[in-house]
Design a protein around this ligand. Structure first.
Ligand SMILES: *Cc1c(COP(=O)(O)O)cnc(C)c1O
Length: 374
């Protein structure tokens, strides 16, 4: 060791030393490090464009290529064709809560909602501003500790659409079937989009805020099927009409977030696509759930069979130890493990960009913490 080089304070934490930590945040969440390094490499001049990607026109050939590549990657990952329109919109997934019913909830019709957590609850509130909605299933009375079996959904075959949240980020549950129903499905897939192959046959519209699994905040990826678009209402405000964005690039898109989505989706293709990442994601989740169940020091908050592969929510049997657990985890380089402020406890968000080693590090910390405090 070179004595002239200042050594880091032995007591300082990885964060104090300016290191990149294992980031368990639910969103904005971890991005693959390669994509960040590539972006860094492409600043301040992007590919002979004479300026950085943040400074070029959204009508330039350079930007056309980026957006088209991002769109093609998503279609290729999901193995879908031109009958699906891939849009890059703003306003977050939260805007979709209103935009989807505005476009598709007809004046004399109604929509069926499946409520499995906090985000679905917010979505139905917005839909009620537009028209008639029916709660076809809800697990609210059980604190969203499980998802209802599709066989028990009380569906109206005439519904304009059936709305569901495929992964409830706060509550830690997931609907893993891709059902095919009488009515087209409108799905909020924000916190699991591109984490697994999906069978899109039953869907009409799928949306996902990028900042969970696919990119930085600022863009919402919206997939809308041509057949479903035929049900769309007319006379809508231009920016809130999906048809506008299907037809043309109406206004300035969020170029930098889309540029990052292009990189993250290319990274996914390069590592083998959705089958490959799904295998890794299943392994990570299984390991972590197995560790939680291994002793009664920790416990899962969601029933087996409904547990999310992406947002693993759990508690310590001795709730008084949770603050210390979270603080010491951070000192061990494991950041943002606190459960959502409305539910507390611990939540490990293990999206695509969380390497398996990050989950291993968390499990090792859980072992050590249990030994010290049991
Ligand atoms: C984060 C999240 C949202 C909200 O996304 P915004 O982009 O902040 O509007 C909606 N639904 C789910 C499932 C989420 O995880």
């Amino acid at each position: 060791m070179d004595d002239d080089v200042a050594q880091p304070d032995a007591k300082s934490t990885p964060a104090d030393r300016g290191e990149r930590l294992y980031n368990f945040s639910a969103g904005p969440a971890a991005l693959p490090e390669e994509t960040l390094l590539e972006a860094k490499e492409e600043l301040p001049v992007y590919d002979h464009a004479g300026a950085s990607v943040m400074e070029i026109s959204h009508r330039s050939a350079a930007y056309d290529k980026i957006e088209e590549a991002a769109r093609e990657h998503i279609k290729s990952l999901l193995d879908i064709g031109d009958e699906w329109n891939v849009l890059f919109l703003q306003g977050g997934a939260s805007m979709q809560f209103y935009q989807a019913p505005l476009n598709f909830l007809s004046e004399d019709g109604s929509a069926d909602y499946i409520i499995t957590g906090r985000w679905g609850t917010k979505a139905i509130r917005e839909a009620r501003l537009v028209g008639d909605v029916n709660v076809a299933a809800s697990t609210e009375d059980d604190d969203f500790t499980h998802v209802p079996d599709p066989a028990d959904w009380d569906l109206n075959p005439e519904a304009d659409y059936v709305y569901l949240t495929t992964n409830e980020t706060v509550n830690g549950n997931q609907i893993t079937q891709d059902p095919v129903l009488d009515a087209p499905i409108v799905a909020d897939a924000s916190s699991e989009f591109l984490s697994r192959p999906m069978d899109l046959d039953g869907y009409g519209l799928i949306f996902a805020g990028a900042q969970k699994n696919v990119g930085p905040a600022g863009v919402t990826i919206v997939l809308v099927h041509d057949d479903f678009l035929e049900q769309k209402k007319d006379g809508l405000p231009t920016m809130l009409d999906y048809g506008t964005h299907v037809r043309k690039r109406f206004n300035t898109p969020p170029i930098f977030p889309i540029y990052m989505v292009e990189k993250v989706t290319r990274w996914l293709l390069n590592i083998g696509g959705l089958d490959a990442i799904h295998a890794v994601n299943k392994r990570k989740a299984r390991k972590l759930y197995d560790r939680i169940e291994q002793s009664d020091f920790y416990y899962c908050t969601v029933d087996e069979g409904s547990r999310s592969m992406m947002n693993v929510t759990f508690r310590l049997q001795d709730a008084d130890l949770e603050d210390l657990f979270l603080k010491q985890a951070e000192q061990h380089g494991l950041m943002d493990l606190a459960g959502h402020r409305t539910v507390g406890g611990v939540r490990a968000s293990i999206y695509n960009a969380m390497p398996e080693e990050g989950v291993d590090a968390l499990i090792q910390f859980m072992d050590e913490f249990e030994q010290a405090h049991r």
